[in-house]
Structures are given as structure tokens and as C-alpha cells.
Design a protein around this ligand. Structure first.
Ligand code: SDX
Length: 436
């Protein structure tokens, strides 16, 4: 079949001159080709300008692929819909880190390898004492995860593959304990030690809800739902927090410091903080009657309010994770015997009205991963302040997988973006007596 061969290069010419440069087009296995602009500045003495990196590939990766127009999300080629319904979080962690789903023996070894590192050094308990009781759990996670680098001097050589492996295991294993203890600290309850006889998500729910005074059994349906929620939040290509981890790692910073940087970046309401913001937004709207006035306010630019849980830099169609979370919402509420949850009913109505509103249709604004996750977590008894911390627990797998991929890339170099300068041109110093 005579199909037109895709172009292999793109040529740029400076208007009014005979200066031009031909840049190679690199085609990945999926997605649009990228113009390799590394020689552009040397060739034409110009930079590219792309604030927010909307059209810029900062790295090569084999981990996650997103087609925003089609609403496709693949992890190492596997569709998120299949992983969410058929896999487990630790199996997805193995896939993200190592490139393949584990066989039976590898699965046992990997799960045991992670679950053996769930405890924290006893000195770390006292770090929590330095926080106010009303500290936001994300503030605690930033601090405690960063502090891990003070405890693992035996594995900070980022050029040593074994140090990278053990650091990845320690981070994946310990973030649920760190997050659960951050919650226990705010409510004045004793920390619950992890139990390695439990599953990963089950252990997190145990540490969040159990008390030393009595036995606690995690509802298996909720454990399964939590495991699925963790899968859905595990990785998402070069989002803001992952880009933060990569940029931090490119300087040679240790993995604990890089993950702490990722946690800080995720905290923002435009990113991982949106799940907490969705619940606050739904509470403010209150009733279905207030949906239309609220959306009118969102359309008024001067209000600076946004429909939280809607919109995405990449997805211009449904976020596939939102669809799975909406279905999981109904499952969890049914298991908990919650009928007609007012928050869910309001969210479903809000989504329906927004999806038929020209403002949102024109801007291709659809529900994203954060729109339904908060409703499920609230129904499961997770406090709103812990939603983003849970996102950080899940995303640690993606962050450390992307960090590992970058560290193993022989071509990786320190990230150092340039700028367009629009400030004052060169001028001489003026003594204070001569200033206006
Ligand atoms: C996550 O990148 C990732 O992959 C992130 C993530 C992951 O897994 O890592 O998927 C997780 O962060 C999901 C997103 C969670 N954030 C929110 O739900 C917050 C609400 N959404 C937005 O603030 C916004 O949609 C962003 C930040 C998600 C994306 O912003 P963009 O790509 O910079 O889009 P934009 O601000 O340029 O918006 C384009 C237009 C603008 O209108 P005009 O100026 O063209 O008139 O759409 C409007 C925006 O005002 N718009 C919204 C809106 N989002 C965009 N208007 C109302 N409500 C919104 N939510």
C-alpha cells in the first residue's frame, strides 16, 4: 500500500534572511512526532518559548502514554481500564518500575520486598512531635519524606543501581505509614504500626482506622476499592509533580528529597489538591438549585473561580480515570449501604449540566481524576484533608519509576530551562542622593 512516508524533518527559516535550519523529527512508538530543537539556538540564535510546556517534550519515556483527544491512558502499553479492574497496585508498581507485569514468582518477591520496608525508624516518630496538631497532612508528608534522607545514608548513591532499588522500595513501602501517621497525629490517636500480613491498600486503611485498644478488620470491598483508587493515581506521564521530581533528580539530589519536592508540587489545587477542592466546592454549592448560579460565577472571569475536578492540560475528552472512579463510587456507596448520597447526586447533576453547557463544551472541559475521587474517599471515612496525601501515596510509585528511568538514561543531564528577558536593559548604578 502506497502510504505517504511521514516527514523526517522540519525546516525553519528566519524571515528576511537566508538563514534556516533543518531539525530532525523524532517519532515515538505512539503519539505525535517531536521536533528535536537542541541545535536551534546554535543554528539560528533563537530560543523557543512555551510557558507551561503545553507543547514541549522534556524527556523520552516508556512508562505512560496519554492520548488526550481520545481519552486513552496506557501504562507500559496496558490500558488503565484493564489494570484498574484486573490488576493490583503493587503489580502496577512492578510494571511501572520494571517495564513488565510480574510472573507469579516475581510478584511474591516484589510484594514481600515492599512490605518488608513498611516500618519507620523510631526516631521519625519524634519528627511528628515538631508539628502542630492541626498541620495539614501534606505539610507533614513534605517534611517527613524529605527527612528520610537523614536516615538512609547507606543508600544515597544515586549512581548505584542497588541504592536506587532499595530507595524505591523504602519510599513505596513507607509513604502509606507516613501518611496514616500524619492523620493519626492530627486527631491525637496513637500511631498504628504497619501489619505486613495485610495487602498494601488494606494496610493503609488499617493504619488509618485501627486503634490499639481493639481489633480492626478492614472491609475487603473497601480495601479493593482503595487498591483500585491507588492504581488510578499511580502515574500520569509528565504532569507538574512528576516534572518536578525529574528536574530535582537531574541535579543529582537523592530520591527522598526528589519525592518530597514532588509532594510539594502535587499539593497545589490546580494539581493534586483538586480532590480536596472538589469536596469544598460541592459543599459550597450545597444543592442542585445552586448549580446554575455557581456555573454562571465560574464563567465570569472576574470571579476567579473554577469548576474544580474539571478540565485538564492533556485530556480534551473524558479522563478515563474519572469514568472508572464514577463507577467505583456507586460500588462503594452500595457496599456501605449509602443510598442517595447528596454529595454524589450533586456531583452527577453538576457534571450533567456542565457537559451540556457551551462554555465547557467549547473549552473541552470534562471531569478529571479528581472529580469523583473525593466523594468515594469521603464515603470511606477518609477526611478531606487526607485526600491529596493519599494521591501522594499512590503517585510515589510513578514518581520513583520516572526518576529511575531518568537516572538510567545515559543521555540525562541537568534540567535548565531558558527564558525570554523583558526587564530593564543595561544601565549604570545611581547613588541614593541622585535618585528621584
Ligand atoms: C490533575 O497533568 C496531569 O496529568 C495532572 C493529573 C495527574 O494525574 O497528574 O491528571 C492530576 O492535576 C488533574 C487536574 C486537577 N485540577 C483541577 O481539577 C483544577 C481545575 N482545573 C483547572 O484549573 C485546569 O483545567 C487545569 C489546571 C487542570 C488545566 O489548565 P490549563 O491546561 O492551563 O487550561 P487553561 O487554564 O489554559 O484553561 C483553558 C480555558 C481557560 O478559559 P479561556 O481563558 O480560554 O476563556 O479553560 C478554562 C480557562 O479559564 N478552564 C476552566 C477550567 N479549566 C480550564 N474554566 C472553569 N473551570 C475549570 N476547571
Amino acid at each position: 500500500m502506497d502510504s505517504e512516508a511521514p516527514p523526517k524533518s522540519v525546516t525553519l527559516t528566519l524571515d528576511g534572511t537566508n538563514k534556516s535550519i533543518t531539525l530532525p523529527l523524532i517519532q515515538g512508538t505512539m503519539g505525535p512526532p517531536v521536533a528535536d530543537i537542541r541545535k536551534l539556538y546554535a543554528g539560528l540564535d533563537i530560543f523557543t518559548f512555551d510557558p507551561g510546556y503545553g507543547g514541549t517534550a522534556a524527556c523520552e519515556s516508556k512508562i505512560t502514554y496519554i492520548d488526550g483527544d481520545a481519552g486513552v491512558l496506557l501504562h507500559r502499553g496496558y490500558p488503565i481500564e484493564q489494570l484498574a479492574m484486573q490488576s493490583t497496585f503493587l503489580e502496577v508498581a512492578h510494571l511501572l518500575l520494571n517495564g513488565e507485569l510480574p510472573n507469579a514468582a516475581q510478584k511474591v518477591e516484589f510484594d514481600d520486598g515492599v512490605m518488608r520496608h513498611t516500618m519507620l525508624h523510631e526516631q521519625i516518630r519524634s519528627i511528628y512531635q515538631g508539628f502542630r496538631r492541626d498541620a495539614h497532612p501534606m505539610a507533614v508528608m513534605c517534611g517527613v519524606v524529605g527527612a528520610l534522607s537523614a536516615f538512609y545514608h547507606d543508600s544515597l548513591d544515586i549512581n548505584n543501581p542497588e541504592h536506587r532499588r532499595i530507595s524505591a522500595f523504602r519510599l513505596i513501602a513507607k509513604v502509606p505509614t507516613i501518611a496514616a501517621w500524619a492523620y493519626k497525629y492530627t486527631i491525637g490517636q496513637p500511631f498504628m504500626y504497619p501489619r505486613n500480613d495485610l495487602g498494601y491498600a488494606e494496610n493503609f486503611l488499617y493504619m488509618m482506622n485501627a486503634v490499639p485498644a481493639e481489633p480492626y478488620h478492614v472491609n475487603p470491598v473497601l480495601a479493593r476499592a482503595m487498591d483500585r483508587i491507588m492504581i488510578l493515581h499511580a502515574d500520569h506521564e509528565q504532569n507538574a509533580s512528576t516534572a518536578t521530581v525529574r528536574l530535582s533528580g537531574s541535579t543529582g539530589a537523592n530520591p527522598f528529597a526528589c519525592i518530597a519536592a514532588g509532594i510539594a508540587s502535587l499539593w497545589g489545587p490546580a494539581h493534586g489538591g483538586a480532590n480536596e477542592a472538589v469536596l469544598k466546592m460541592l459543599a459550597e454549592i450545597g444543592t442542585v438549585e445552586n448549580v446554575k448560579p455557581f456555573l454562571d460565577q465560574v464563567k465570569d472571569k472576574d470571579s476567579h473561580s473554577r469548576l474544580m475536578g474539571f478540565g485538564h492540560r492533556v485530556y480534551k475528552n473524558f479522563d478515563p480515570r474519572a469514568k472508572i472512579l464514577q463507577a467505583t463510587c456507586h460500588e462503594v456507596l452500595a457496599e456501605l449501604g449509602i443510598k442517595n448520597d447528596p454529595m454524589l447526586e450533586l456531583a452527577v447533576e453538576l457534571e450533567k449540566i456542565a457537559l451540556h453547557d457551551e462554555y465547557f463544551i467549547k473549552r473541552k472541559l470534562y471531569p478529571n481524576v479528581d472529580f469523583y475521587s473525593g466523594i468515594i474517599l469521603k464515603a470511606m471515612g477518609i477526611p478531606t484533608s487526607m485526600f491529596t496525601a493519599l494521591f501522594a501515596v499512590s503517585r510515589t510509585v510513578g514518581w520513583i519509576s520516572q526518576w529511575k528511568e531518568m537516572m538510567e538514561d545515559p543521555s540525562q543531564r541537568i534540567g535548565r530551562p531558558r527564558q525570554i528577558y523583558t526587564g530593564a536593559t543595561t544601565r549604570d548604578y545611581v547613588g541614593i542622593d541622585a535618585r528621584g
